[in-house]
Every structure is written in C-alpha cells, then in structure tokens.
Design a protein around this ligand. Structure first.
Ligand code: S3P
Length: 430
C-alpha cells in the first residue's frame, strides 16, 4: 500500500498542463469505435479508468493504437461493427465505462458480461438497467439487475421518453447511446441539468441530437453511420480543481492551468470559488466542440457560501474540494443535496467528514447536506483514501495547506484519473 506525506507549502508558481478530461476521453473512445472509419484522439487521459474503456473496445474487435504520447487512433467499424467479446469485460473501478457500455451494448446484438472491482460491484446500476429494460434491453444481474456482474443478452430496442429520478450524466448518456440503436426518437429529462459531453460528441460525429434545458433527445441511426473525427481532448476541470483549490488556499501563490475544459455543465467549481471571493480568471478562451481556456489562480481569502441542490451536478466531483475550501472561509459553508456522493467510488460524504474532522475541521453531515464552519487552520493528520482517487488527492491538497505533516494512506488509486498528480504538484513548489 503506497502512502504520500506532505507538509505545508506556499509560494507556488508555474504553468501546468492538465490531463485530458476523463468524461470526454471515455466518450471519444466509445463513439469513435462505433463510427465509420479512423478517428484520431489526442490528449486522451492515460488513467486506469480510460484504460478500462480502451481494453473493453479492443476486446470487442476495435483496433486502438497509441501514437506519440497521448495521441490515439481508433479504427471505428460502424454502428453494428463491434464483435462479441472474447472474455468478460472487466472494467476495474470505472462507473462511467460500465453505465455507458450498458447503454451502448443493449442493442448491439451479442451477449456480453460486464464486471468490475469491489467498489464498482457495489454501485447501483438499476438507475441505468431499468430505463434500458423499458427500451427492450435484456439485462440480468444481482439484486434484479442492480449489481455487477451484469449480463447483456441480445435485445431489440424501441425509443422511450424517460423522466430520470436522478440528475446523472451517466444515466442520461446510457439511454442516449442506446437510443442510437432504437427506431425513432429517444428523450431523457432530468431534475437538474448534468454534464452534456455525450450530446456534444454525438452531434460532432453526425448524430441528430437536440437539447432543451433539462432534456436531451437523439434520433435512432436506422443503420446509417456516424462519421470519424479528429478530436483534441481539453484538460480535465475536475483534475484542475485540485490545483485551483491549492492555488487559492496556499499563501503567496499564482499558478496558471492551461487549456482546461470550461463546458458550462462542468464549471460549477468556478462559480462557487468566485462567489467565495477567490481571485480566479479565465484567459485565452476557445470555442471548439468543447470550450476551453487557461485559468489563472491567485492566493485569496474566502467567505462562506451555500451550494444548492441544482448546482450539485455541475460540480459533483469537486464537492470534496469545496468542503476543504469551506474550512478556510469566514462563516458557515453549506453544501445541500449531495446524497449522490454516497454512491460514488466510496461514500464520499463519509470520507470527507471523517478525514477533515481528523485534521481539526468543524464539519458535519446532516441528511444530504455537509456543513462546514470556518475559518479553521487544519492540522496534519493521518488520512485514508478509502481506495477513492478523488479523496486521496483532496487529502494531499489538504495536507499541503495544513500545519505539520499529513500522511495519506492507500494512494495507488490516484492513477485512476490523474497518474501525474504528484509530479504536477512538485513542479509548482518553489
Ligand atoms: C460522469 C458523470 C458523473 C461524475 C463521474 C463522471 C460522466 O457521474 O460523477 O465522475 O462521465 O458522465 P453521475 O452522472 O452518475 O453523477
């Protein structure tokens, strides 16, 4: 089990290039694989989760080759070109791969078994398998199709109009991807808006996708094909968020994060830190199929804020960091409606509260809310990742702004989404 030790750091300076966005990387591999012809994808995230997606598609007959560094070529075989996997599809820790693949394979016409590690085997899949069953998918699994391993048998899909009880891009994307194989228009409506990377990428590849405020629709492809593309994956704002937090909280710091994705369905973290009074500025903005910009961050003093339930999907993976920022803010920070955090790679409400409390923070959970009273100077402690990459990295950042030494245990999981995290941190230290 690897551990990381950190002490208080200040005076951070430098420019950081970010790993490719994880959500966009998964979708680039998946959609290129079912398009017709060779797609090229550069700055694809080289983390374990995206590796699971690449391995799954290689196992279904798609040739994926890595050229220089993070540039990949994916030889798409068309909507019906995937072949029955030679073995069970082992998806490691990756919830996104499992949920999106369920949708993509539900109408593909062959049998596939999807399985994963201990954490993934406990995560709820019914939210995806229930609407897919309504479309005609034949999926079996533990607890009536809720738990992996899940077996997909060949099924013929019809379109649905689905009101999702959760605001989840994974649920929405699974249904839209299945909708490509259905005869007619499939529509998903959510209680709050979630990230729209699937809609943007499907449109880029030529699918007929429409979006309203809380709904997205796709028209089935009727055996026509998506067309291959050249894609540059922007930097991951969820990875940037660790350094946004550090740059704000560490004394005497100014850092620049280059070419970071700023899709408005992902920038909740920027809205919240600005509301807290942080000095964060966007420069060099570009509008591709996904917008991106450089982010300049300076040390700042913070005031407390309230994060409301409708904002949660726009910053779902950054909540551990907002809790950490709350410890440094004047007043009481409340993060409402974050019950979804309990079904992530680990119960993140528990991991946030347990770890930050051990560092002396005044933090509690109440129902689906997290309440942090600040400001409080954190003290070094021994922290647990609970096998969760985002918890491990949040605690390294917490230790970097705390008095004394912090030890973060069980940190191999960082490779899930940000293998170069520690090297990136080291290059900012004076
Ligand atoms: C993701 C959506 C989010 C997020 C996850 C990636 C995606 O999950 O937490 O890390 O790529 O669609 P939910 O949509 O289930 O909230």
């Amino acid at each position: 089990m690897s551990t990381i030790q950190v002490t208080d750091i200040s005076g951070l300076r430098g420019r950081v290039s970010l790993p490719g966005d994880k959500s966009i990387s998964h979708r680039a591999v998946m959609i290129s694989s079912i398009a017709e012809g060779k797609s090229s994808v550069s700055n694809l995230l080289d983390g374990l989760d995206c590796r699971a997606t690449i391995d799954a598609f290689s196992n279904m007959g798609i040739v994926i080759t890595q050229g220089s560094d993070k540039a990949y070529t994916i030889e798409g075989k068309g909507l019906r070109g995937l072949t029955e996997p030679r073995s069970d599809l082992y998806l490691g820790n990756s919830g996104t791969t499992m949920r999106l693949l369920l949708g993509m394979l539900a109408g593909s016409g062959f049998r596939a078994v999807l399985c994963g590690d201990d954490s993934l085997s406990k995560r709820p899949m019914k939210r995806v398998t229930s609407p897919l069953r309504l479309m005609g998918a034949k999926i079996e699994g533990g607890d009536d199709g809720n738990l992996a391993p899940l077996i997909i048998n060949p099924g013929r899909l019809g379109p649905i109009e689905y009101d999702s009880p959760v605001a989840s891009a994974q649920v929405k994307s699974a249904i839209l991807l299945a909708g490509l194989y259905a005869d007619g228009t499939t529509k998903v409506t959510e209680p709050y808006r979630s990230r729209d990377h699937t809609e943007r990428m499907l449109r880029l590849f030529g699918a007929d996708v429409t979006q309203e405020r809380l709904s997205a629709s796709v028209r089935g492809l009727d055996d026509s094909n998506l067309t291959s593309q050249r894609i540059v994956v922007p930097g991951d704002i969820s990875s940037a968020a660790f350094f946004i937090t550090l740059g704000i909280m560490a004394d005497d710091s100014e850092i620049i994060l280059t070419s970071c994705g700023i899709n408005p369905t992902r920038t909740g973290i920027l809205t919240v830190v600005e509301r807290m009074g942080a000095d964060v500025e966007l420069t060099n903005q570009n509008n591709g199929f996904e917008p991106y910009a450089d982010i300049v961050i300076k040390s700042s003093s913070l005031k407390a804020t309230k994060v409301t339930e409708d904002e949660v999907p726009l910053l779902i993976d950054e909540i551990p960091l907002i809790a950490l920022l709350g410890t440094a803010a004047e007043g009481t920070t409340v993060i409402e409606g974050c019950g979804e955090l309990r079904v992530k790679e680990t119960d993140r409400v528990n991991s946030i509260v347990t770890n930050l409390k051990a560092m002396g923070a005044d933090i509690e959970s109440e129902g689906d809310s997290i309440i942090i009273k600040g400001p409080c100077r954190l003290k070094g402690a021994s922290a647990e990742s609970f096998g969760d990459h985002r918890t491990a990295m949040m605690m390294v950042i917490a230790g970097s702004v705390a008095e004394g030494t912090t030890t973060v245990n069980d940190t191999e999981c960082i490779a899930t989404s940000f293998p170069d995290f520690m090297d990136t941190l080291r290059c900012l230290i004076p």
